[in-house]
Design a binder for this molecule. Structure first.
Ligand code: NAP
Ligand code: GCO
Length: 287
């Protein structure tokens, strides 16, 4: 007789995590593989795919990886066709690929704005559109979008990213609304501030060795007074990809250490001696 933990298994499922050579995407893929899924991932260039493949091999995961730009519909369709041929139709899509540009809006060019919107919002549209027909035919599917604190809050210099992540929250609700009738669930993970290469500039030590002001700020806004780690997100990623969440749809599940619930404290009250350096969670190809 199967027990409740079997509902969290992904045996026999095919999972595609976009932009998963490192960072949160690699963590999601590792968790899915441990839960029994076959893993497919893409990234923006061959160097990243090769580094990602090396990481997956180190983890004992026989992943399929290829270069695919999520903003290019033809590349996405070709990637999905290959995965379908290799593993069968895709059961789980994680729209993880993302970029951010931290530029004051008055200084941001239209090209920079469009770059962020294209990857962070249009990319998930293109990738979801590519996998939905297979999910409809199969009578089940899971689409998980990478939302953010910026799906709910603004902050200086991230106008394009916040607009994209806010839009992604509504795309999540719309895919739920349109395809829930086919037993397809579309939800989103809303990470707080997680120690990955994407947030490394916000944690870099100052020249005098002191904490980055933003590091201190985020710790003062987080009840746990720490940055999230990629492993903090793995359980939620498996839950949202598994039968255990079949009646959850259209939700953004925030995994932020309490940021959205907490007004925060005066950063100067923090006892810096308590903090150990946040380890980078994964590889990052040099820019
Ligand atoms: P990240 O630096 O945002 O990496 C995402 C991956 O996607 C990178 O490998 C990136 O390649 C790749 N990518 C970029 N553009 C692409 C494209 N057009 N097609 C395919 N792949 C592309 O990593 P992360 O911090 O692990 O974040 C993962 C996701 O979670 C992102 O959507 C991010 O916005 C979101 N998120 C992150 C945090 C956090 O605190 N880290 C919090 C909330 C939400 P490059 O290395 O060349 O850019
Ligand atoms: C920033 C950060 C954030 C995080 C994440 C928070 O510059 O504010 O990069 O945007 O990446 O999205 O949830």
């Amino acid at each position: 007789m199967s027990g409740i933990l079997d509902k969290f298994r992904l045996d026999g499922k095919v999972a595609w995590i976009t932009g998963a050579s490192y960072g949160l995407g690699l963590a999601y893929a590792q968790a899915y593989a441990e839960a029994g899924a076959k893993i497919a991932f893409n990234d923006i260039n061959q160097e990243l795919v090769d580094r990602g493949m090396a990481e997956y091999r180190k983890l004992g995961i026989d992943a399929y990886g290829a270069v695919c730009d999520v903003t290019k519909e033809a590349e996405v369709e070709a990637f999905v066709k290959t995965v379908n041929e290799k593993f069968g139709s895709i059961d789980i899509l994680v729209n993880n690929a993302g970029i951010i540009k931290r530029i004051p809006m008055t200084e941001m060019t239209l090209e920079q704005w469009n770059q962020v919107i294209n990857v962070d919002l249009t990319g998930p549209f293109i990738c979801s559109k590519a996998v939905l027909p297979g999910m409809i035919k199969k009578g089940s599917g899971k689409i998980i979008n990478a939302c953010s604190m910026m799906s709910e809050l603004g902050r200086e210099t991230v106008s394009a990213y916040a607009a994209a992540k806010g839009g992604l929250k509504m795309l999540t609700k719309n895919i739920c609304s349109e395809y829930g009738q086919y037993n397809i669930q579309c939800n989103a993970i809303g990470p707080g501030y997680i120690a990955t290469p994407q947030t490394a500039p916000l944690r870099e030590k100052q020249e005098d060795g002191s904490m980055h002001p933003f590091d201190r700020f985020i710790r003062s806004k987080t009840p746990a007074q720490r940055w999230g780690r990629t492993e903090d997100l793995m359980g939620l990623a498996v839950f949202l990809a598994s039968p255990a969440s079949d009646f959850i749809n259209g939700q953004v599940v925030y995994i932020d250490g309490g940021i959205l619930a907490y007004i925060g404290q005066d950063p100067s009250n923090l006892d810096e001696s308590k903090f150990k350096a946040e380890e980078e969670s994964d590889i990052k190809v040099a820019d």
